[in-house]
Structure formats: C-alpha cells, structure tokens
Design a protein around this ligand. Structure first.
Ligand code: PAF
Length: 283
C-alpha cells in the first residue's frame, strides 16, 4: 500500500514507524514503466523492510521560459497506481512552498559540463536540477537515491554533487527502459503524433548502428556522421546534437568507454537518448 502525502509534515508523519533505511526516487510525475523500473530498483536496494519514497514534483525552476512547464503532463491518480504497483511505500507530491520554503536559492558549483549538451539550449537548467535534488535530499535524508541513465548528463552531475555534498547518499543508476521498438520511455513521448512516434524509432536504431560500426573500427567523427545520417532518414526529425564524450562527460581520452548522446526535436517535442560505446583503438 502506497501512502500519498503532500506537505513535509505529512511526509514526516508517514515516515514515523517506517524503516529509516530510505531510498528516494526523485521524479516529476507522469510516471511510466521507466519510473516503475527505478522504483523496483530502489525497493531491491532497501529490501522488503526498507522504505521507498517517490517524490512527484514538477520543478518550475528547471524549465526555461519557452519550455513545457505549463503543459508538462500531470496525473497524480495514475502516478499513485504506478508507484503502488512498483512497490513504493510513499508517494510524496509536495507543493512549491514545501520544496522552497523561505530563503533560497542554493549556491550551485557549476563547470563547463553544465553548459554543454542539454545545458546549451537550457541555460540554468542543471543548476536548477542540482538545487532541487539537494533540497529533496535535505528534506528526506535518504540513504540512497535512484536516477535514470536516460538523463545521462543529469545523472553524472548529480552523482558528483552528491559525492561532494552528501557522500553518505548512494546514487544508483537505473538502466533506460525501452519500448518494443527500443525508443527510450519518456514522459514526453505522449506528445508525439503517430507519424512522429514511428520516426522516433530511428533514435535507438542510430545509436545501435554507431555501436556496431565502432566495433568495425569507425572513429568518432565517422560515428557521429553515421548517427546523423540514420536520423536524417526521417524529415520529421530535427537534430539538435549528436555527441560522443567520456563517461564523465569530459572529452574522450584514449581507450575510453564513451557515451553517444543524442537530442532531437520532433515537432515541438524534444527527445534525448544515449548509449555506451567502446572506442578502444578507433578514436
Ligand atoms: O529527471 C527528472 O525527472 C528531474 O530532473 C528530477 C531529477 C526529478 C529533478 O526535478
């Protein structure tokens, strides 16, 4: 049975009597199978006696002025069902005043990696993500927290923040859940028309093609072209970036396990995805 709470005091009351071995799964709601797999991972981490809290908060600060904050899908009733089926103990849907009481913001230490990839077109986005996650950690004080690998840049930046600021909180990476055609599950997929949805299948195809060609010796520049050419098979896809970086998001070094990262737009909908690629010998 999942308890739904809103305010921080309701959260504290709900936690009374539950285990203090807590794993937090931060989300912005619109929960789907991808989130369910993160919740199950959290449950596995804390075990049957531990406590999984799913936060459900559409953080206004991480949306730019022209982004989809207003239209971001919200459905607490169905979120509760997904959370419950996946085994969460508490679904916590706080209000802005619970997450940002009084004086805020927090000083976020940034570096170049906040400004590349997703950060390039979304100034301030990752500082806002780090700020809200820090705040959620302060309120919940979990032992661990789970974040999806689909948002790879977010995962890496949060991991480093947690290592510095809250080293006792274990950061667990949840593998990307994919649809039958391997499109990464995302709350934004609901915006796609059926033609756009079909075209979106080219995203995982492009990534897998690059992985295959890297094994055949293609170098970084060749791999990027291969990915771009695959995506260009549909004129519904507008490429924002195709990048290959080291696993810490710095430039790739020699013999590196790297990451191919893609962002595209289909109409107004922006989708991202990434996969691991082995570049040994073919930089
Ligand atoms: O990935 C998300 O859903 C959000 O960026 C997060 C981590 C919940 C912070 O608002």
């Amino acid at each position: 049975m999942t308890i739904l709470v809103h305010s921080n005091s309701e959260l504290r009351t709900a936690l009374n009597g539950l285990s203090n071995n807590i794993c937090l799964v931060p989300t912005m709601g619109a929960l789907h199978e991808g989130h369910a797999s993160l919740i199950k991972l959290a449950k596995k981490y804390v075990g049957s006696t531990g406590c999984v809290i799913v936060s459900d908060f559409v953080n206004p600060k991480q949306f730019g002025v022209n982004e989809d904050f207003e239209k971001y899908p919200r459905n607490l009733d169905s979120d509760l069902i997904v959370a419950q089926n996946a085994g969460a103990n508490i679904l916590w849907a706080p209000d802005v005043k619970d997450v940002y009481p009084g004086q805020w913001p927090l000083e976020v230490e940034t570096d170049l990696r906040f400004e590349i990839l997703e950060g390039r077109n979304r100034p301030g986005h990752f500082s806002a993500v780090i700020e809200v996650v820090t705040r959620l950690f302060d309120i919940v004080q979990p032992n661990a927290a789970v974040f999806g690998e689909k948002d790879f840049q977010q995962l890496i930046l949060i991991k480093e923040m947690a290592n510095k600021r809250n080293p006792k909180i274990g950061i667990i990476a949840g593998p990307t859940r994919r649809d039958k055609d391997e499109l990464a599950l995302s709350s934004r997929n609901v915006y796609l028309s059926s033609d756009q949805r079909n075209a979106a299948a080219l995203i995982p195809q492009a990534l897998k093609l690059a992985i295959k060609e890297s094994k055949n010796g293609a170098n970084v520049e060749m791999l990027k072209s291969i990915v771009k050419n695959k995506l260009k098979e549909s004129d519904l896809i507008e490429i924002d970036y195709v990048e290959i970086l080291g696993n810490d998001l710095n430039a790739i070094g020699a013999n590196e396990n790297a990451r191919i990262l893609i962002a595209v737009k289909l109409g107004d909908t922006r989708l991202i995805d990434n996969m691991s690629v082995q570049l040994k010998g073919n930089l």
